[in-house]
Design a protein around this ligand. Structure first.
Ligand code: FAD
Length: 271
């Protein structure tokens, strides 16, 4: 039996390591878990603050949730706070979402609270995973599956394939519901618009984001958290991009509340 007492560790006397065994453990675990994530309740494209909040509530309620994030680091635009000052602001009505996951908030008066953007991002990621959501980084949602005029899943590829411009076919993941949490770009909605035509927006098309107006933008992000195509929901900045409302800059309460709202809307639907 191996003993790992402090004396052995300090002397550098660790267990023998076989590099091929390390490789096998990685490939085996990835394959095992990935196979379980090919047919799920909810796929979320993008891992920004709204996505991670939605994932936590959905997974906590027992839904199988998988998030695909294009970048290596999940967290979206929250890490950088405002213009890379690593501080975010949330308003009174949304602060409970950060409190639930143990983010330290400072009361700045008049209903404004600040938090360390790095702490908030890290805890949003950790809490979504702890709740049971699966999160894959460096994978891009590049297309969707549509059957009988309803979304039935997404098409994904390694982000590195897209970056290198390689001609490699993607793979598919089936899900009952898809959430577009890709931020300003609203990438899933753009694909659906291009391939299916009409979205449930005032014009039937992507309305486009309006310029900065934090007060209106924050309210509208929550209000615009809707189903824009059968089984496709929007959350976060994508809501205002698709429905045509202002951006709001580094105040993040609307993103968090939108994530909670999209989870509630999906939890009302059939499991
Ligand atoms: C990288 C980045 C930096 C930002 N920096 C600032 C800033 O400094 N100040 C400021 O005021 N605002 C900034 N913003 C905007 C602001 O942070 C966002 O409006 C806010 O974070 C929106 O939250 P969200 O939940 O809608 O998703 P976002 O935070 O916008 O995150 C969306 C996520 O989706 C991922 N994604 C996009 N397309 C796909 C796809 N097809 N497949 C898989 N994943 C996809 C993105 O990589 C990103 O991680 C930034 C946004 C981003 C993405």
């Amino acid at each position: 039996m191996l003993s790992f007492g402090p004396k052995r560790i300090l002397s550098g006397d660790l267990m023998p390591i076989d590099e091929v065994v390390v490789t096998k453990r990685i490939v085996e675990r990835f394959s095992r878990e990935f196979l379980e994530n090919l047919d799920v309740d909810v796929v979320i494209a993008g891992a920004g603050p709204s996505s991670l909040t939605a994932a936590r509530y959905l997974a906590k309620a027992g839904r199988r949730v998988v998030i695909f994030e294009r970048k290596l680091s999940p967290g979206g635009g929250m890490w950088g706070g405002g213009m890379t000052f690593p501080v975010i602001v949330v308003q009174e009505e949304s602060k409970f979402i950060l409190e639930e996951i143990g983010v330290d908030l400072t009361d700045e008066g008049s209903g404004y609270y600040t938090a360390d953007s790095i702490e908030a991002s890290a805890k949003l990621i950790a809490s979504a995973i702890d709740a049971g959501a699966s999160l894959y980084n460096a994978m891009t949602v590049e297309d969707v599956m549509i059957r009988d005029s309803k979304l039935t899943g997404v098409v994904i590829n390694w982000s590195a394939v897209n970056v290198a411009g390689l001609h490699v076919d993607p793979v598919t993941v089936r899900s009952k519901y898809v959430i577009d949490a890709t931020g300003h770009a609203a990438e899933v909605c753009k694909v659906v618009q291009a391939k299916a035509g009409k979205l449930r927006t005032p014009s039937g098309r992507i309305e486009g984001e309006r310029s900065m107006w934090a007060e209106v933008g924050e309210k509208m992000t929550v209000k615009n958290t809707v189903e824009v195509f059968p089984n496709l929901y929007v959350t976060g900045m994508a809501c205002n991009a698709v429905m045509g409302a202002p951006r709001m800059g580094p105040i993040f309460g609307g993103m968090l509340l939108s994530g909670k709202r999209v989870a509630e809307l999906i939890l009302k639907r059939k499991k």
